[in-house]
Design a protein around this ligand. Sequence first.
Ligand code: FES
Ligand SMILES: [Fe+2]
Length: 369
Amino acid sequence: MADVPTTTPQTSVRASLAQGYTLPADWYTDPAMFTRERQRIFRKSWQYVGLTEQIAKPGDFFTCTIGEVPVVILRDKDGDVRAFANVCRHRGSQLVLAECGSRATLQCHYHAWTYNLDGTLRAAPSSKDEPDFDASAFSLFPVRVETWGPFIFANPDRAARPLSAYLGELPALVDATGLDLSTIKRRVRRTYEIGANWKAVVDNYLECYHCAVAHPSFCDLIDVNHYTVTEYEYFSTQNGAVKQTAREGKAANLYDASQGVQEGFYAYLWPNFTINIYPGPGNVSLNLFVPLAVDRTLAVYDYCFADAVSEQEERDFVRFIDQVQEEDIVLCESVQRGMQSGYFERGKLMLSREKALRHFQNLICDAME
Ligand code: FES
Ligand SMILES: [Fe+2]
């Protein structure tokens, strides 16, 4: 902290959150905090990894990284979704390097140890020359995996409560929007590297206090003056109705929101996933905020649409959201510079507009204690 007078309470982080202050700046800038978060949050929570359509047939797989754990997600011979630590039991190499593909077995690129789709070791070259070698002792380590509709979640913590304990009422709330998740397919994936701590990116997602200043086109679409934020145990939601002018097609630079869902629904799920249903034709966009370093985050956007959505509608929609995202990146990166300046210790929330940040930051506290 620079030599600036502090105006924030000299109390515990938990107590200052209760008073409407934010987490301290060093929680966003200290590499040691980032390492602890990887252990206490990203090794222990359910994280969105992809869609069931990515592994439609037995043998289909994709790879991902959860915190620092490389994971391979696949569909086995019986059609079940499975996840394994993507780490070879021979000498610890990452087993599968490809991002996705389809294989009858998983063969390590280093010395060709080969595993069945159920994780058991099928073959290890020259192992017959080792009298004590017991292949059954070298299966891949399973990782917990569960699905909600088309969404696949994985969790490296074998003792974790089931995914449903974290989702709570969220699936019912998504159903209530009128969007049928079984009809949507991913058409576009966009990734953005953001020069900010992952929590600054989540914080930014969790309030629309900034919308009137920073997102003019979003405010042409959604009535941000009647915007509701609701907290649940492990998630929070934001709802905003489409503006009459947008419904009538009178606002420039928008996509056609006259049909379909008439209320925007934006849900954040602990720790780093959001599901967004915009007004208009069948759409859902999924955001995953992957922490890369204390000051770097990868935002992965999966844009999914119902079949009835035309290519033109899809392009207009993605262009619209992309613009909002570009605007948000500027905001998040400016926060990171401020956090690192030494001239910021804790912020003060406007709880009538920013209470979902406090909900999130309390979950961070819960996990870090
Ligand atoms: S490390 Fe995988 S086969 Fe050697
Ligand atoms: Fe924003």
